[in-house]
Design a protein around this ligand. Structure first.
Ligand code: GLN
Length: 475
């Protein structure tokens, strides 16, 4: 039963062919069988069963229930859940139990979803491998010697291994799309500002976005619709209209203009990724799409811009973890400064400390103009180039990642060498557009490879229609 998609299980629950308690228990059994994946930091078993029984009883009484009634879901461990630990996979927040729910969690609960557990992740969402987690790496369900990707590796492995029907992740530079691609799941980064970040433990506020991870495109559109909407508690929240994301099953690629940035194709050194991307573009062309190879010159600056702005904002956002209000506190200190120093030194992992150092360097007097300000200016140029590209095409397609998943190797882990993982995804966060990663094939080693479909800002409807059509026709 745990292998069903979200919409399938909801259909069975509605018809009372399955009870929510059965659905929850089926996932819990499967979580037990897949413990070796290390996908979850916390399993909310008792509460989930209790909640499932309540929803079953309400349904039995004929009461109105929400659109997700009785469906068990997994939440990334940087999204606040009231009464349920939220650790960011960091020693710093090892014992943190939020007293409130993030807006997205409130929205899921308002639709009677069940929070089954909290997903492992790279520490504070910094990374592309899940190797920086304080609770250890997440294993790829397709081959346990390989990484799940990151930072939403636990969420994506959970969906791929059927530990729940869908999950939430966060994407700052690719953290939903990249692990979704590595684990063979569908992952969405919605348009910046359309999903509230209230209750998301901030990494880089100019780029952070919460989004769903699902087993297929239809579920992804459904989840995106539920979690989207204006929220006064997120100061960049979009106030305009939110169109219906119901999939148009008749969508056709005929005469659609698909942009393919030449600069991206030139970066493709992995033969499997290259071959699959080519094959899928040819398929779309056979379906009547017009493939337009275009040059986007600013893309080569996307990674430096992302890491300068991203680290600067992370350094500032993580300043609040000082061992005083909450978070890890060193027990052995001499004075206040020493308390800050030791708590942060002991509470944060290596990659987090590295980014705080880089970020504070970029923000310091004397460097601010040369790094931070300059990166902001280039961000504007990248945004403009995307806007210009979308005057020439309806959608942009790229591979999601330059390579399939790589082997778990903690000894040789070097965060910087992984920055290249974000080369196709981070530009979308910089520009603020929407994008989705959809499974597109497998490597010669049998590891999944994803295709990224990028839409203009607020172009989710077209993005989901196209992704759904692609999912149907892909070979
Ligand atoms: N891999 C990117 C990074 O390490 C993306 C992280 C994210 O999207 N949260 O910054």
């Amino acid at each position: 039963m745990h292998k069903k998609t979200l919409k399938e299980i909801i259909g069975l629950l509605e018809k009372k062919e399955v009870s929510s308690e059965e659905a929850v228990k089926s996932c819990l059994d499967n979580i037990e069988k897949n413990k070796h994946l290390n996908a979850l930091n916390y399993v909310n078993a008792d509460n989930a069963i209790k909640q499932a029984r309540e929803i079953d009883a309400r349904r039995a009484r004929g009461e109105r229930v929400g659109a997700l009634a009785g469906a068990p879901l997994i939440i990334k461990d940087n999204i606040c859940t009231e009464g349920i630990p939220t650790t960011c996979s960091s020693k710093m927040l090892q014992n943190f139990i939020p007293v409130y729910n993030a807006t997205v969690v409130e929205k899921l609960l308002a639709e009677d979803a069940i929070i089954l557990g909290k997903a492992n992740m790279d520490e504070f969402a910094m990374g592309s491998s899940n190797l920086s987690s304080y609770t250890g790496p997440v294993r790829n369900p397709y081959n346990n010697d390989y990484v799940s990707g990151g930072s939403s590796g636990g969420s994506c492995a959970s969906v791929s291994a059927n530990l729940a029907y869908a999950a939430l992740g966060s994407d700052t530079g690719g953290s939903i799309r990249q692990p979704a691609s590595f684990c063979g799941a569908v992952g969405v980064k919605p348009t910046y500002g359309t999903v509230s970040r209230h209750g998301l433990i901030a990494l880089s506020s100019s780029f952070d976005q919460i989004g769903p991870i699902t087993k297929n495109v239809e579920d992804a559109a459904f989840m995106t619709q539920i979690i989207s909407g204006y929220d006064e508690r997120d100061n960049i929240s979009y106030r305009g209209e939110y169109p219906s994301l119901e999939i148009d099953h008749e969508f056709s690629f005929k005469d659609k203009k698909i942009g393919v940035p030449k600069e991206f194709l030139d970066l493709l050194l992995d033969q499997d990724v290259k071959a699959i991307t080519r094959k899928q573009l040819d398929l779309l062309s056979d379906e009547g799409a017009q493939i337009i190879e275009m040059s986007m010159k600013t893309l080569e600056y996307a990674i430096p811009v992302y890491y300068v702005l991203g680290c600067a904002e992370a350094a500032s956002n993580l300043g609040r973890f000082d061992g005083i209000k909450y978070g890890y506190r060193s027990q052995d200190f001499e004075d206040l400064i020493d308390l800050y120093f030791k708590s942060r030194t002991q509470g944060f992992g290596k990659d987090v400390k590295l980014r705080i150092l880089v970020g504070n360097f970029a923000l310091s007097k004397g460097n601010f103009d040369a790094y931070f300000k300059k990166a902001q200016k280039v961000q504007t140029l990248i945004k403009q180039e995307f806007d210009q590209a979308f005057e020439k095409c309806d959608l942009i397609i790229t591979p999601t990642t330059p390579t399939p998943a790589f082997k778990i190797n903690l000894d040789q882990e070097d965060a910087q060498s992984r920055y290249i993982c974000d080369v196709f995804t981070a530009p979308v966060n910089i520009a603020g557009n929407a994008a989705i990663s959809v499974p597109a094939g497998a490597s010669s080693k049998g590891l999944p490879i994803g295709l990224q479909i990028i839409a203009p800002s607020l172009g989710e409807k077209l993005m989901f229609d196209a992704a759904y059509a692609f999912e149907r026709i892909r070979q």
